[in-house]
Ligand binder design. Structure first.
Ligand code: GDP
Ligand code: MG
Length: 436
């Protein structure tokens, strides 16, 4: 049961125009669902008191309850401080990544690097986790994957020295951003804190991010508070939000720690990072979608001119296999389907099966890619050329059976037909009509 579902339940307890008893029922339901979702009890109490006051002020009814809920959720999520990524006036903007072991620091370092790279920034990551044997190797692989530079030194044992040298390099070579990945521990200990403190003093970062594992529930908040007291933190990044079925930590962590939530991690892949913007999240929590967030996410990845070309082709029924491969590459840059679907109003409730679709690794996609790989450039441009003898050749070349090739070609044909129909009905509207 998601937090969105239970918020909707509480909203449904109150009618268009209603009385104090109904409001009480709605807030009782609200309280129950917030606590069940792991929202901190202090946050929950404050929220409910304010929602009650605000609803009464504007006349008890469903609309005023929803508005009050929106307003107060927004207030609670809007902790004073920076939002998203903030660049320093004197580059390189230096960010120190901190957190417990396994919280997602290294992954988040890669995700942030990817986020910045997509926005045309020159990024350097520094490998300062010298505790775990494979830590440097992990960051190397991630840096290679997102195509950013990495600073590491296999002969150096002191993270302070590495951090300083990385900063020197970043300054000299005019990097926009330096992200410093550090070691974590299983629990807070003095040694870890001292080490982080030394790295902090050596490089004087613009901001310190604390990566909190949302799956650890209330502990995420507790540990964040300790990190804030001991070394100071400027932002929280909540990781593994995709696996957190309760979802309440996102609602209370910033409020309890007193530091803004800056990003959330919504999957294991590099694009699975979202800027945390309170009113957008509130809209999603209430099941109202986040079209603005979706537009932003897609605009960073999608080349608008190309998108227009493709939609023209679809309209004319000329969509071919090259276009398909391009679209596929774009989709995988957008990250997991799950995170995208939550942004489309109403779709998150409807679209069960596509939520778990994996555009890179599903067998289906692998087969299609193999098939396209065995086509000649002409066949890719003009699928209608593919006659039975060509089909047999393609099947042989790709290691698929004739039946499989036939099936994929048929699917492709009907998909392009469908797309053509949809595009003439007007994009999203067409899609939602089709869905229900
Ligand atoms: P570190 O020890 O803090 O550097 O943690 P890592 O970055 O190595 O991450 C630990 C594990 O959590 C890895 O298996 C990551 O793939 C996984 N992970 C990190 N962030 C996310 C996330 O947002 N969603 C999911 N599902 N897994 C994540
Ligand atoms: Mg790590």
């Amino acid at each position: 049961d998601s937090i969105t579902g239970s918020l909707r339940n509480s909203i449904n307890k109150i009618r268009h125009k209603d009385d104090a008893a109904a409001l009480k029922k709605a807030t009782t339901e609200l309280k129950k669902s917030l606590l069940k979702a792991d929202v901190h009890h202090k946050t929950s109490k404050e929220l409910i008191t304010e929602v009650e006051l605000e609803t009464k002020k504007n006349g008890i009814g469903q609309d005023s309850f929803i508005n009050a809920l929106k307003k107060e959720l927004n207030e609670i999520l809007s902790t004073k401080g920076n939002q998203g990524f903030v660049f320093s006036n004197t580059p390189p903007t230096t960010i120190l990544m901190t957190g417990l072991q396994g919280s997602g620091k290294t992954t988040t370092t890669g995700k942030l690097a990817n986020y910045l790279k997509t926005r045309k920034k020159k990024v350097l990551v520094a490998a300062c986790d010298l505790q775990r044997l494979a830590a440097v190797e992990q960051l190397k692989q991630i840096a290679q994957q997102v195509e950013v530079d990495i600073y590491f030194d296999d002969n150096e044992k002191d993270p302070v020295v590495i951090a300083k040298a990385a900063q020197e390099k970043a300054k000299k070579e005019l990097y926009d951003v330096l992200l410093v990945d550090t070691a974590g521990r299983l629990a807070i200990d003095e040694e870890l804190m001292n080490q982080l403190f030394e790295v902090k003093n050596a490089i004087n970062p613009d901001e310190i991010f604390y990566v909190a594992d949302s799956l650890t529930g209330h502990d995420a908040t507790k540990t964040a508070i300790t990190f804030k007291e001991k070394i100071g933190i400027d932002g929280v990044v909540l990781s593994k939000y995709d696996g957190d079925t309760k979802g309440g930590v996102a609602l209370s962590i910033a409020h309890q720690v007193g530091v803004p939530l800056r990003f959330i991690g919504v999957g294991e892949k590099m694009p699975d990072l979202e800027v945390f913007i309170p009113d957008r999240i509130v809209s999603r929590l209430l099941g109202l979608g986040d079209m603005e967030g979706l537009a932003e996410k897609t605009s960073a990845v999608i080349d608008e001119k190309k998108a227009k070309e493709v939609s023209k082709k679809i309209k004319k029924g000329e969509f071919n296999f090259n276009d398909f491969l391009e679209q596929l590459a774009m989709m995988s840059k957008l990250g997991s389907m799950k995170s995208i679907i939550g942004m489309i109003p109403g779709l998150s409730q409807m679209a069960g099966p596509i939520k778990d679709m994996d555009f890179e690794n599903s067998d289906e996609i692998k087969r299609i890619k193999a098939m396209i790989g065995s086509m000649t450039p002409k066949e890719r441009e003009q699928p209608s050329l593919i006659n039975p003898s060509r089909k047999r050749r393609i099947a042989k070349g790709s290691g698929l059976s004739d039946v499989q090739v036939n099936k994929i070609l048929k699917q492709f044909k009907s998909a392009s037909k469908m797309a053509k129909k949809l595009s003439s009905k007007g994009g999203m509207k067409g899609l939602s009509n089709m869905l229900g």
